[in-house]
Every structure is written in structure tokens, then in C-alpha cells.
Design a protein around this ligand. Sequence first.
Ligand SMILES: NC(=O)c1ccc[n+]([C@@H]2O[C@H](COP(=O)([O-])OP(=O)(O)OC[C@H]3O[C@@H](n4cnc5c(N)ncnc54)[C@H](OP(=O)(O)O)[C@@H]3O)[C@@H](O)[C@H]2O)c1
Length: 198
Amino acid sequence: MEQHQQSTVVITGASSGVGLYAAKALAQRGWHVVMACRDLPKTERAAQSVEMPPNSYTIMHLDLGSLRSVHQFVKDFRATGKPLDALVCNAAIYMPLLKEPLQSVDGYELSVATNHLGHFLLCNLMLEDLKHSASQPRLIILGTVTHNPDELGGKIPPRPDLGNLDGFAAGFKGSNVMIDGKKFEPVKLTKIVKSAMY
Ligand SMILES: NC(=O)c1ccc[n+]([C@@H]2O[C@H](COP(=O)([O-])OP(=O)(O)OC[C@H]3O[C@@H](n4cnc5c(N)ncnc54)[C@H](OP(=O)(O)O)[C@@H]3O)[C@@H](O)[C@H]2O)c1
């Protein structure tokens, strides 16, 4: 008799909001969900709160604000021996009221480190795993209309303008916290980060 291996999806930021309900919906459809999160007890409580069956998910530590943690997550995931059939890059932070930029452990502005750089590394490492999927592999990145200048949300100032990527070109460390190389503006930064992911 033909054996079908259960499909596995990794969802970042599955401890709340869109990620949690995506985890629940995919588990209901027979997927095994790896909930890749930085707060393990919170994630367990969240999974139970939406009544995910205990054997439908695995919670694994991932702090996207740390490049070391991303590498460790990929190692830990591979050690489970599970296939990777879909990767959902959902986690994000949004801190519109910040007066001064925060830094990640690697010295990058925290929201770019978390929302963009951590996911960029994760995708690059896990493309190798997706290639070995026996089904049709998927890589999904959560966007937002506010990053899209063609949508109403993207037309509201500050506009999500990447400029010439001067901040990235300058090494994007220390005082170079904006991808466009301009003055720190947290709302604009979040929009730019989403644009940069596409
Ligand atoms: N909600 C909306 O209306 C909306 C609209 C457009 C787009 N989106 C997009 O949808 C996605 C989810 O939004 P949401 O509203 O569901 O957000 P949310 O409820 O605030 O959830 C964000 C998730 O990201 C996780 N996270 C934050 N920093 C992390 C880190 N360093 N490492 C790992 N995980 C981290 C959070 O974990 P903790 O629990 O540990 O904080 C949480 O699980 C985002 O990409 C957002 O831009 C949302």
C-alpha cells in the first residue's frame, strides 16, 4: 500500500495573531506544524488556547533578531528528520512610537533584523530543505498593503521608499539604521522593511 508522509510547515511567529490561526488551520487540514517562536511557554499556551491537537504541532525556539539563533533553529529542525514542505515567514515587530532605534544582538536596527534579515537568512538556509520536499514546496512571505505604493495604505505618508538602498550599502550598522540611508523614522522603516522582503 502507498504510504503518504505527513506534510510539514514551519511558521515563524506562530504564538499569536495571523501565525497562530494559520497554524491552527493547517493542523486541521492534516499538516504537521512547526511553530518557530522565541517564547516557548507562551506558544504552548497559545496552541492550547486554539485547541490544536498535541500531536499536530512541535514548538521550536527561533529568535529572528539573532542570526545565531536562525542558524541554530535550522540545525534543530534538520535534527528532527522531518521534511520541509512549506515555510511561512510571518513573524514581525512594529514599534511606531520609538524615539530612538533599538539594536539587535548583531548590531542591526531591531525591526530590520527581525522582520527582514532574520527571515532572509532563514529562507536562504531552508531553500535547500524545501528542494527535497516530496510535494509542491511553498515559501510564503507575509506582506502588508502599507508597503505597496499602488495600494491606498502605501500612498499614506511616510511612503515606503527604499531610495538607493544607501543604508544597506553603508553596512547598515551603528547610526545607519534606515535602509534608504535617511533619518530614523519608525513608521517609514516598517513599510520599507516589508518592501525590501519582496
Ligand atoms: N494584523 C494585521 O492587521 C496585519 C496586516 C497586514 C500585515 N500583517 C502581517 O502579518 C504578520 C503577522 O501579524 P500579526 O498582526 O499576526 O502580528 P502579532 O500578533 O504581533 O504576531 C507577531 C508574531 O511575531 C513574533 N515575533 C516577534 N519578534 C520575533 C522574534 N525576534 N523572533 C521570533 N518571533 C518573533 C511574535 O512573537 P512573540 O509572541 O514572542 O512576541 C508573534 O508571534 C506580520 O508579518 C504583519 O506585518 C498583519
